[in-house]
Write a protein that binds this ligand. Structure first.
Ligand code: GYE
Length: 329
């Protein structure tokens, strides 16, 4: 691997400063991120702490790093792309071995990804995708098929609206604007419900994947639309926030308004088992072990598949009751 001239100078300066030539025999030198041992240094930029899913994802990554003996540098971007770019630039400067991140939105990553590539640091995308045309900017993308999650949600609704007479009015709580899961879940759901013309999305707005956002936007929906039959929320947390708005408006969630969400975190599964939600498409946050495995492989220069999909299922109310006691997140 060739070092950029500036980096070569910096690496040389570091060796001289340390007053040591011992590093000569260590092929890791210059990319070890310091620390003096052989641990792989992984810089990870997390989206934020917006949902139960995200908390479970962060825990999975931290636990898996400790277990794999990987030195994890972790940054919480608080749902802001500029913070993620800053964190990635810091990791480049620190010469970490591998960078992984879950991009808050899909676009606008090319420049910083090129910087990582020029510095010779492999990048792994986890959870969310980027829309960069140049696929050589990252080694692999580990995460769910969000279009499929939306489609499974829509297909359940088509199946369960068969006997409905007249229009079925749907409101949609979208995830963070511009994020891969919001774009893809909307797409998959829209394509599936197109099979039945009586299924109509009458309002669709972002609740930013948070409970507070879900509650606030649902309040507006309820004020603006006297007849809402279905809520499709792009995650459990927004659905849980919306429950409060629905109950406060004197309606019974799960009965007066059918609720479909995505994720299947414990609180969501509880609402489903209690009959307040009607259907959940699962999205697994437990990406830590696979991520550590990939970090080791790309660090060793091994080829990895460009796309690795998470395995997932769906839950009805009855299935949630059975699955809940063993739910890990
Ligand atoms: O569904 C939502 C979280 O990117 C898959 O982000 C993730 C989504 C998840 O805030 O709860």
């Amino acid at each position: 691997m060739s070092l950029a001239p500036r980096r070569a100078v910096a690496a040389l300066a570091a060796v001289l400063l340390a007053g040591s030539v011992a590093a000569c025999g260590n092929s890791d030198t210059g990319a070890g991120g310091g620390g003096g041992d052989d641990k792989i240094v992984l810089g990870f930029s997390q989206v934020g702490a917006e949902s139960g899913w995200r908390t479970a994802n962060t825990n999975s990554i931290k636990e898996a790093a400790a277990e794999a003996g990987i030195d994890l540098k972790f940054d919480d971007a608080q749902q802001k792309q500029e913070n993620q770019i800053k964190a990635i630039r810091n990791y480049i400067q620190q010469k970490v071995d591998v960078i992984a991140f879950s991009p808050v939105v899909e676009s606008g990553w090319d420049t910083v990804l090129k910087e990582a590539k020029d510095a010779g640091i492999p990048v792994i995308l986890t959870d969310r995708a980027v829309d960069s045309a140049d696929k050589s900017l990252y080694k692999t993308f580990l995460g769910s098929d969000f279009v499929k999650e939306g489609r499974l949600s829509g297909e359940w609704l088509v199946e369960n609206s068969k006997d409905a007479t007249g229009d079925v009015n749907i409101v949609e709580l979208q995830g963070t604007t511009g994020s891969a899961p919001a774009n893809d879940r909307k797409k998959g759901f829209g394509e599936a419900i197109a099979a039945d013309p009586k299924l109509k999305v009458i309002a669709s707005q972002s609740g930013d994947f948070t409970r507070a956002g879900g509650k606030q936007v649902m309040e507006q929906f309820l004020k603006a639309h006297p007849k809402i039959d279905v809520l499709f929320a792009h995650n459990d947390d927004m659905g849980l926030g919306a429950l409060e708005a629905i109950t406060a408006a004197g309606k019974v969630p799960g009965k007066d308004i059918t609720i479909i969400t995505i994720d299947a975190v414990k609180d969501g599964m509880q609402a489903l088992a209690d009959g307040k939600f009607n259907f959940i498409a699962e999205c697994s946050p437990l990406l830590g072990p696979q991520l550590m495995d990939l970090a080791k492989k790309v660090h060793a220069g091994e080829e990895v598949p460009p796309r690795i999909e998470t395995e997932e299922t769906t839950f009805t109310q009855e299935q949630a009751k059975t699955a809940l006691p063993n739910r890990k997140y």
